[in-house]
Write a protein that binds this ligand. Structure first.
Ligand code: TYM
Length: 331
């Protein structure tokens, strides 16, 4: 791992799925790689999301997404944290990539099919979404992309785009690999079924009020076959223990599972323990977020500094690309 890029959409409250699947890895990688770890708030991507995009709130959400990432432990003085639209070379490279991407490769993307099926009008931005994502990654020649499982197909497409470009114009881009958090590649939502996702409204937000988190935990589905308190439960049939494994020590989780199997512990107690450990894990993030809200200039300055560093790299790649694809270069 020499250079890393990853991104997050500013399309709503950042949730524990984002944190466990992606941001937690980003923090650890950032500690090792420093400035060669690039993290991007992908505001242009957010324009493709008709449910979440609102021109009157996009800027604020973009700022908040950066703030939450810093609060979650990303140190903008070490890593390169920036806003996608502050580095216009991303969209420039994405145009070149669209000319190298067969339409069929885009229409077969699972996320596209899924989102398009729910929309009356399918805008072409939604189709081109993964091409812009490939540009985000390849403009930094990143070899590693720490993401949740839902992004793996997009990274595969990125590799194909890199391969095609290299084949046509000479070796330029690495073929990047997705890096998943083996402990939480796909965090389930509070409905216990689908992936936790902003668009499904089944999330627990990192900064969500404590009372609202407790309400959600109280309603987490139990093992459906456990009707009475005295019935033995199967910990594999409820997400309670999945969530618990993210936040509580292993031996405690194992001991509770054992009790649950014997009907030795009630669901309420398990939920209470989960809530306490979750809040304990979120506390430092929430405290840092509160402090950062009082110092918005720190966040904004960090983003501008990040964009400056990112742009220097992105401009060098674009110069190489323009020359390789044969454009008339301005003097
Ligand atoms: P986004 O904004 O949906 O999510 C940000 C990151 O969080 C991960 N994630 C999850 N991981 C585990 N379980 C979940 N339930 C869960 N929900 C979300 C996502 O996999 C992602 O890593 N297309 C990207 C943004 C993007 C990007 C990029 C990512 C744009 N350009 C370049 C990597 C590299 C997205 O929509 O992420």
């Amino acid at each position: 791992m020499k250079r890393v890029l990853s991104g997050i959409q500013p399309s709503g409250e950042i949730h524990i799925g984002n944190y466990l699947g992606a941001i937690k890895q980003w923090v650890a990688i950032g500690e090792k790689l420093g400035r060669d770890a690039f993290f991007c708030i992908v505001d242009y991507h957010a324009l493709t999301n008709p449910l979440a995009y609102d021109p009157s709130t996009l800027a604020q959400r973009t700022f908040e997404a950066a703030l939450v990432n810093i609060a979650a432990g990303l140190d903008p003085e070490k890593v390169t944290l920036f806003v996608q639209s502050h580095v216009p070379e991303h969209t420039e490279l994405s145009w070149v990539f669209t000319t190298l991407t067969p339409l069929g490769d885009l229409t077969r993307m699972t996320q596209f099919k899924d989102k398009a099926s729910k929309q009356e009008t399918v805008w072409s931005g939604l189709l081109m979404y993964p091409v812009l994502q490939a540009a985000d990654i390849l403009i930094y020649k990143a070899d590693t992309v720490p993401v949740g499982e839902d992004q793996v197909q997009h990274i595969e497409l990125t590799r194909e785009i890199a391969r095609r470009f290299n084949h046509l114009f000479g070796e330029t881009f690495p073929e990047p690999q997705a890096l998943l958090n083996p402990e939480a590649p796909r965090v389930p939502g509070i409905d216990g079924k689908a992936k936790m996702s902003k668009s499904l409204g089944n999330t627990i937000g990192l900064l969500e009020p404590e009372e609202s988190i407790w309400q959600k935990i109280q309603h987490l589905p139990d093992d459906p076959q456990r009707i009475r308190l005295s019935d033995p439960g199967d910990p594999e049939r409820t997400i309670l223990f999945t969530y618990l494994s993210y936040f509580a020590p292993k031996d405690l989780v194992e001991a509770l599972k054992e009790e649950y199997r014997k009907a030795g512990v009630g669901t309420y107690v398990v939920k209470r323990i989960l809530f306490d450990h979750l809040m304990e894990a979120l506390r430092p993030i929430r405290e840092r977020a509160e402090a950062l809200k009082k110092d918005p200039d720190y966040v904004m300055d960090a983003l501008l500094e990040g964009a400056k560093r990112a742009r220097a790299v992105a401009q060098a790649t674009m110069e190489e690309v323009r020359e390789k694809v044969g454009l008339l270069l301005p003097r």
